[in-house]
Design a protein around this ligand. Structure first.
Ligand code: GTP
Ligand code: SPV
Ligand code: MN
Length: 600
């Protein structure tokens, strides 16, 4: 096929990869509906995709992955900076030359029997100042169709590359060459020990091998928009964060923009599109996973969502918990590792009703009965949905100027200790809260091992493209630059449980009550009580009207567990010691101040 570009740099790179990977053919993608439909039809033909019922789930498809390839693999993810010390203690590191040699051996001939797709895409609105132009080369048609939804795939990007002579090269292979006559597996991938998700931050280069799933393979998302972008942002004075962005509008029409960093599978998609239970207040979604933020001319911090779709956790998504996510994937969606019902619709655990007909085809592609007690959908099963299909998408979500952030929220899943909400005493205290955020592990990564709690600075542990100590310092530097225009910082925990395992807080739409309290704080409408860990609501200020919540449960949600925090503090010190010389002095000062307050 004739290449639709004359850019030498791009043509040379594509030719080099073709020579190395030896695909049967090269296809340049254009992002068109025709292309999407053609690839889906081909995948239905080979049995990789199941076309869902057109009446129930228009233009939608289901896929089941290989049971070994169901989530990000942090143990196989590398920041291959030139110097090891630049990757820092939170990242795996291999010398870039050595890693390239290893991976070149794997890439040699790896696309044999397959088609190599060249996908021109933009993260952020095409052509805007803040957007990044990139090319993903992949041998997975599943990746192509997902990229159509998650990124802006278009030949317009080729035009921009011709003008700027600049793009971020992203190479991906499932790592499963096909010998002559060999039948393909339904979901080709390589064994764990051959998987590499590699980043070369000084070159803005991404090489991924061996996995076809999510953030391992859709390289615009975690690899580009977080790991590579955070390294660029650190060098250039902006921020790339694992944050949802929402607009919260008061009954009087005042808009607040909130960006919240929670670790994977800790509630970003849900908060981003919540249905407010505070009368007159409403949420509109700008993004559900990633925020790119830059100081604007007025000195405030402006955020855009670089993505074009949602790659959302399916289990737990119901009409009750997240109706807007369900509406987003009502049509034109891709489902991965859910149950396909007898009437060709999808189902997952906690969807709000039992599986129709008592079962279907489960995520392992077997006949499955709900009565078996086995899970039908994988806990990290996902829907891929177009952001513009979300009924509460913000009208300004594609504005390249972004929205001015008023409030930063940090959090994680903590079934004990951490109260429902507390506010930072200052921006620096907020930076410390973010740096020492902690969470219990979820199903979004395969290999976190048997840990009960992990510290997860800014929910970025798996996504920081450079040294975590420098990362924390970058946050302080941004605070200094923004001065009194810096967002106010809060910490939340929706996930407290009673001793017998029940949620203490209803969560979901009722989280709007907490957001409303934050806005009241920003407006100076309510005072707060000073505690050892931060500023907390005075009883009555956080509205519980219409909620049936027992007084002792509320007391528990609002309690500062001094002993629990002292224990966390000891673990925190051990954790922070890993950052060595690069731990900002301001973090140590905050640790000391917290310790003094806990002992005071
Ligand atoms: P990634 O896409 O992996 O980055 O995840 P995320 O942070 O977007 O998490 P998501 O919103 O998909 O939520 C993950 C899980 O947490 C789902 O099963 C939700 O149902 C559940 N969840 C989200 N918000 C709440 C809440 O307020 N309370 C409770 N109990 N569960 C929640
Ligand atoms: C996450 O794990 O934070 C996700 C899913 O958003 S993935 O795209 O697979 O990284
Ligand atoms: Mn995420």
């Amino acid at each position: 096929m004739n290449a639709p570009t004359t850019n030498k740099k791009l043509l040379d790179w594509v030719a080099e990869i073709e020579t190395m990977c030896t695909p049967d053919q090269v296809v340049w993608c254009d992002g068109s509906t025709e292309e999407y439909d053609r690839l889906m039809a081909e995948m239905v033909e080979t049995g990789m995709a199941i076309k869902l019922d057109e009446a129930k789930r228009p233009n939608s498809y289901a896929f089941n992955s290989d049971p070994s390839d169901v989530a990000r693999v942090e143990s196989r993810t590398y920041i291959a900076s030139v110097k090891e010390e630049d990757a820092g203690p939170t990242n795996n590191w291999i010398d870039p030359n050595e890693l390239k040699e290893t991976m070149k051996k794997l890439y040699a001939g790896c696309m044999k029997g397959r088609t190599m797709y060249v996908i021109p895409f933009s993260m952020g609105p095409i052509g805007s100042d803040i957007a990044k132009n990139a090319i993903e080369i992949t041998d997975s048609p599943y990746v192509v169709v997902n990229m159509h939804i998650m990124a802006r795939v278009s030949t317009d990007v080729l035009g921009l590359i011709e003008k700027t002579d600049d793009f971020i090269p992203c190479l991906h292979s499932v790592g499963a060459p096909l010998e002559e006559g060999q039948t393909d597996s339904r979901w080709p991938c390589a064994p764990l020990e051959d998987k590499y998700i590699a980043h070369f931050p000084e070159e803005n280069l991404i090489w991924s091998y061996g996995s076809g799933y999510g953030g391992n393979a859709l390289l615009g998302k975690k690899c580009l928009a977080l790991r590579i972008a955070s390294a660029m942002a650190g060098r250039e004075g902006w921020m790339a964060e694992h944050m949802l962005i929402l607009r919260f509008t008061s009954p009087e029409g005042k808009q607040y923009h909130i960006a919240a960093a929670f670790p994977s599978a800790c509630g970003k998609t849900n908060l981003a599109m919540l249905q407010s239970t505070v009368p007159g207040w409403k949420v509109e979604t700008i993004g559900d996973d990633i925020a790119w933020m830059k100081p604007g001319a007025d000195g405030r911090l402006y955020a855009i969502n670089p993505e074009a779709g949602f790659f959302g956790v399916a289990p737990g998504t119901s009409e009750n918990s997240n109706p807007m996510a369900l509406a987003s994937c009502a049509s034109d969606a891709i489902f991965t590792n859910v149950v396909v019902t007898a009437d060709k619709d999808v189902w997952w655990e906690d969807m709000g009703y039992d599986c129709p007909n008592g079962g279907g085809i489960d995520w392992k592609n077997n006949e499955w009965a709900q009565a078996s007690g086995e899970k039908g959908a994988h806990p990290n099963s996902r829907f891929t949905a177009r952001a513009d299909h979300c009924p509460v998408i913000c009208p300004d979500w594609e504005d390249p100027a972004g929205v001015p952030i008023d409030i930063f929220v940090f959090g994680g899943k903590r079934t004990s200790t951490v109260p429902l909400v507390h506010e930072a005493f200052s921006f620096d205290h907020g930076v410390f809260m973010g740096a020492t955020a902690s969470s219990e592990p979820t199903a979004a990564a395969l290999d976190l091992g048997n840990v009960s709690l992990r510290f997860d600075p800014y929910a970025m542990t798996p996504f920081m493209g450079y040294h975590g100590g420098d990362y924390m310092q970058h946050w302080f530097d941004m605070g200094e630059k923004l001065g009194d225009k810096a967002p106010r910082c809060f910490y939340v925990n929706w996930f407290r449980k009673t001793d017998d395992g029940k949620w203490l807080w209803p969560g979901f739409g009722d989280n709007s009550r907490v957001l409303k309290w934050m806005c009241d704080r920003v407006e100076g409408k309510v005072e707060a009580r000073e505690t050892a860990i931060g500023l907390m609501p005075i009883d009555g200020d956080l509205t519980l009207e219409g909620l049936d919540i027992a007084a002792e449960d509320w007391a528990e949600l609002m309690k500062v567990d001094i002993d629990g925090y002292k224990k966390t503090l000891a673990d925190m010190k051990a954790y922070l010691a890993k950052f060595g010389d690069k731990l900002p002095a301001k973090i140590s000062e905050q640790v000391d101040a917290l310790e003094a307050r806990l002992n005071g």
